[in-house]
Design a protein around this ligand. Sequence first.
Ligand code: DAT
Length: 173
Amino acid sequence: MMTKLPNILLTGTPGVGKTTLGKELAAQTGLTYVNIGELAHEGQYYDGYDEEYQCPVLDEDRVVDELDQKMVEGGVIIDYHGCDLFPERWFHIVFVLRTDNTQLYTRLEDRGYTGKKLQDNVQCEIFQTIYEEAMEAYSEEIVHQLPSNTPEDLEKNLHQLIQWTEQWIKDHN
Ligand code: DAT
């Protein structure tokens, strides 16, 4: 018998700490970390180009098709700054990371974001756009917000997610 494993979605505005948390969680639980941005880049799963933001547009259907088999098998951590493109059935739990806007501004500036791209992303966090998207796309009981401002927050979130994962595995096997 194969061990059943949960699928976890880490979402939130760019810069909130999804990659940092996701990679560490994968390292400590053995789940597989998948960064949608990297996956799309590697496979060139794009459909057009956004002139305003100077970036390629994700081919969402292609991304979903490419990942579906792996998701059905289970044990995947998905990292993406959006959440309504994925089938609801994929995830057992959804975490929306949240960062104070002053902190986020600095992190995105350090990443090289400027002008409209910087402003829009900070505004996305202020308006809690991704949290609302998650609450619309998934059952509210499985959507949780995680503060992600300090290294202590990171440790606490990591600990909490490891505990949740271990408990889920116990309960489903
Ligand atoms: P994302 O994947 O959401 O775009 P990231 O993991 O790349 O974000 O993190 C962005 C930056 O913020 C990076 O320099 C690491 C830092 N960071 C992440 N989580 C943090 C936390 N809890 N406290 C302080 N800095 C954090």
